[in-house]
Design a protein around this ligand. Structure first.
Ligand code: C2E
Ligand code: MG
Ligand code: MG
Length: 689
């Protein structure tokens, strides 16, 4: 039984003497597997001594280790190499114990020797793999990381530390508490990373901006995959990081070069085409207006040729900056090449807006240009095409703007032309009008007409509205509708308005001094005048200088004006009220009014807009509106005036609704200051119209 047992042991069981030859007294059959020799060959050193099988390098230390263990009565446990019968070197593991005689003197060793070559090779391969892995990990150019799910680094290589600006991987590991909040510039980036991970298990080429230790921002690209525990639950992520800052910068530069002009930094032709296409697409769906302006410098060639290309380039840059300063961010200024620029004006409000913008551009470019070589005056010619009237497509618009620009050149340069002739005509007239308007005051071209306001019940004239007329020699009278808004835009309304006030008050005082029954004169005040700080001051001054009692002056303001800036206006109206002046709301019912303002504003009179009066005898709705306004006014304690009364039928209806006063062609048109007194006198003794 012992024999079979020994035979089945994996290895060689032995007993040997403690002599220099390790003379074997017993060797089990496992000897063949371990050494390749038959047990008989080893027994009593028949053919070989076991001690000689141990390779020379190991023989000494093994012998010493065994001697030492035996002398200390310990068992030993050793790994060493022997030479196999076939000549190969084998790793063996030996475990043995010293055996003593009855006097306690060690006489032999018993133990087991096993072949562990396979295990040794496996261990070696593993160590080798580990060494190679560490080599890769430590020497890689790419950063390598492993993080937990909640964003702690558990591993990082030196390259990663280097990319993120840390001195060592260790420093990086302790510095990061949370990759999500500390690393990414865009905070939602980590969430995106995690969501791609949970969807696909890996990310590739994931590009983000991250902070380095110094706070510097760089671009990185990550490849990573999820790491799972043995039971399949995800426990973290591992992957590589590459610093792609250079590449990104290069890309941006390339993209920029593809879309922008290198000299001026403006959009180039390609980008302009893109933007124009885009603008036309949105214009079609949103109804926004698009205009294209072609700008060409006048006599650029002259400067370029006489002062050199270098100076020419500087000029182009300066012009680019000037053009750019005139437009909004949503507009595009592009350079097509040479001295040709194109402007794309997006979502503008109409030809008038474009006209003003073009004038601003002309003026900006015309500013003297001062350089080392001296001061230069540059100008440009501009051609404008409006979408959709002048073309529905990008190319057509550009072509038409271009041809309009040539007309501007023909027109003596330094001007702009619309592609459409009607617009040009309108613009010329507008321009001319503006030039005239600037001189109208000093040339005494304004006169006032007075339209009587009648007390409906008695027919007596109780007031008159001063209406402005502008007479240009050889051109006739310009109606206020055509020039008031222009005066508003140019700010000329302020001095003109002051003149109206002055004239109307002086006239009213003159009538009173001449013995006429006193009436109230109404003066229209435009929004711009109201916004001007000095209105109260001007009114007070005019009343003072003319000597007119304030209660004989009424100011008419429109609803839209009232709504604009309520708190400031209330203060202003209160001040006017304090002066003793009356206030009327003109064209009532046409604006977007809030009825609550009527309560808050110190108003005396409502003027029902002409459009309601016009149709009140034919349209039931209009009649209702007029009646309602009258009732509303009365409830608030205000007087109500109907504007534009043209028929007796209207007057009758208004009387029936108890409207207080009326104004209109039925009673009188606006008349001169000479005619009005006659109308007043005639209206006095209860004569009904
Ligand atoms: P508004 O203040 O509503 O003036 C009334 C306008 O209606 C006047 O036109 C007047 O002639 C006209 N009108 C009066 N009765 C009738 C009628 O029965 N039928 C018709 N069809 N029209 C009638 P006008 O003089 O052309 O003035 C137009 C607007 O110009 C005025 O509207 C006012 O807003 C503005 N305006 C006139 N003078 C001045 C001024 O001195 N300063 C300011 N800021 N605006 C003024
Ligand atoms: Mg008025
Ligand atoms: Mg009116």
């Amino acid at each position: 039984m012992l024999k079979t047992l020994l035979a089945s042991v994996d290895g060689m069981v032995y007993r040997r003497r403690l002599d220099p030859d390790w003379t074997m007294e017993f060797v089990s059959s496992g000897c063949v597997r371990v050494t390749g020799h038959h047990p008989g060959d080893l027994l009593f050193n028949n053919r070989v001594a076991y001690g000689e099988l141990v390779i020379a390098d190991d023989r000494m230390w093994v012998r010493e280790a065994i001697a030492c263990a035996v002398s200390e009565f310990r068992s030993f446990d050793l790994e060493y190499r022997i030479t196999h019968c076939d000549g190969s070197t084998r790793w063996v593991w030996e475990r043995g114990t010293g055996i003593s005689d009855e006097h306690g003197r060690p006489i032999a060793i018993e133990g087991l020797v096993q072949d562990i070559t396979k295990r040794k090779h496996a261990e070696h391969a593993l160590r080798e793999a580990e060494r190679r892995y560490h080599g890769l990990f430590d020497n890689a150019i790419e950063g390598i990381f492993r993080t937990t799910l909640d964003g702690h680094f558990v591993d990082a290589n030196p390259a990663l530390a280097h990319i993120y600006g840390y001195d060592s991987a260790e420093e990086l590991l302790v510095s990061f508490l949370n990759v999500g909040t500390q690393l990414y510039v865009e905070k939602q980036r980590r969430e995106e990373f995690v969501s791609i991970m949970s969807a696909r298990g890996s990310v590739t080429g994931f590009e983000s901006q991250v902070y380095r230790k110094s706070g510097e921002i760089i671009w990185i690209s990550e490849n990573a995959r999820a790491v799972f525990a043995e039971d399949g639950t995800p426990i973290g992520y591992e992957g590589t990081v590459e610093d792609i800052t250079e590449r990104r910068h290069y890309q941006v530069r390339i993209e920029h070069q593809a879309n922008y002009d290198t000299l001026t930094g403006l959009a180039n032709r390609a980008l302009l085409q893109d933007r124009l296409q885009q603008a036309l697409l949105t214009a079609a769906s949103s109804g926004r207006r698009v205009a294209v302006a072609f700008v060409d410098l006048d006599r650029f060639k002259f400067i370029n040729d006489s002062l050199g290309h270098h100076v020419g380039d500087e000029l182009l840059k300066a012009v680019a900056a000037r053009l750019k300063s005139c437009v909004r961010d949503c507009d595009t200024v592009a350079r097509l090449g040479g001295d040709e620029f194109v402007l794309l004006i997006n979502g503008h409000t109409g030809p008038e807006y474009v006209r003003q913008l073009m004038e601003k551009m002309l003026a900006a470019v015309a500013q003297p240009w001062v350089i080392e070589q001296g001061e230069f005056l540059v100008s440009c010619s501009i051609g404008v095409a409006l979408h959709p009237d002048d073309g529905a497509e990008a190319l057509t618009l550009l072509k038409h703007a271009d041809s309009a620009m040539y007309r501007a050149k023909d027109n003596g340069r330094s001007n702009f032309q619309f592609f459409t002739h009607e617009l040009n005509a309108l613009m010329t007239e507008q321009l001319e009008l503006e030039t005239h308007l600037r001189r109208a005051l000093e040339r005494n071209q304004f006169v006032l007409r007075y339209q009587p306001r009648v007390h409906l019940a008695t027919g007596q004239i109780v007031g008159a509205e001063a209406l402005l007329r502008w007479r240009i020699p050889q051109r006739g009278t310009v109606p206020p509708m055509r020039f008031i808004s222009l005066a508003e835009e140019t700010g000329l309304i302020v001095p003109i308005g002051k003149w109206v006030l002055q004239t109307a008050c002086a006239q009213n005082k003159a009538w009173q001094d001449a013995g006429l029954p006193p009436i109230v004169v109404s003066v229209n005040v435009s929004p711009r005048q109201f916004r001007h700080e000095s209105l109260v001051h001007v009114v007070a001054e005019v009343l003072q200088s003319t000597g007119l009692q304030p209660r004989f002056l009424e100011l008419e303001l429109t609803e839209s004006m009232v709504m604009d800036d309520a708190p400031k206006l209330v203060a202003m109206l209160d001040e006017l009220k304090e002066l003793g002046v009356k206030i009327a709301v003109d064209d009532f019912g046409t604006g977007y009014s809030s009825l609550s303002y009527l309560k808050r504003f110190p108003v005396d009179r409502l003027k029902v807009d002409r459009s309601f009066v016009e149709n009140m005898t034919t349209e039931a709705d209009d009649a209702t509106i007029v009646r309602t306004i009258i009732a509303l006014g009365h409830n608030l304690g205000l007087k109500v005036v109907a504007e534009g009364v043209e028929t007796a039928q209207q007057a009758r209806a208004l009387r029936a609704y108890q409207c207080d006063e009326a104004q209109g062609f039925l009673f009188a048109r606006a008349v001169s200051s000479y005619t009005l007194p006659k109308l007043i006198t005639r209206s006095i003794p209860g004569r009904r119209v």
